[in-house]
Design a protein around this ligand. Structure first.
Ligand code: 5GP
Length: 140
């Protein structure tokens, strides 16, 4: 399977469609998932193109995971979560629906159930508010 340059995250990287950005550096971008499974559900992607983890350049993974850790800490703090779930799907059989490598960051607390994967589109004003909370925690 090859990389499709017209996947939705490639379009976000090129600025062709908007996102609620929480963090960006030379190698990575983090933004809110539009169908969050939990408040604060964030996605981190490498700027280098790859379909998923299986075809990624290992050299890109260090920067990716460093951003995942940074944003996971900020997200936990911003939402007062007890823990953080990190998820990453490879190919449709494993649940992948967007074919540019991405890592899910999901704040978790005891007794708060996750909503379905790729479920309901969230209100954009709420996503903007959540992104602002995470950006604020990143600056702290
Ligand atoms: P996957 O199943 O590939 O791991 O997850 C893809 C994720 O991307 C899903 O959680 C879905 O809600 C999210 N998503 C799909 N389309 C868009 C979009 O246009 N913008 C953003 N920010 N997230 C999206």
């Amino acid at each position: 399977m090859s990389y499709d340059t017209n996947n939705i995250f490639a379009k976000i990287l090129r600025g062709e469609i908007p996102c609620h950005k929480v963090y960006e550096d030379e190698h990575t971008l983090a933004f809110m998932d539009v169908m969050p499974q939990a408040d604060g559900h964030t996605l981190v992607i490498p700027k280098a193109p790859s379909r998923n983890l299986l075809d990624a350049d290992p050299a890109a993974l260090g920067a990716l995971m460093a951003t995942v850790q940074k944003v996971a800490r900020a997200t936990r703090q911003a939402f007062g979560a007890e823990g953080v779930l990190i998820q990453q799907f490879n190919e449709p059989a494993a649940g992948q629906t967007v074919f540019h490598l991405h890592v899910h960051i999901l704040p978790r607390s005891t007794g708060v159930a996750l909503k379905p994967h790729s479920g309901k589109m969230a209100d954009h004003a709420l996503l903007a508010q959540h992104a602002e909370k995470i950006r604020h925690a990143l600056e702290a």
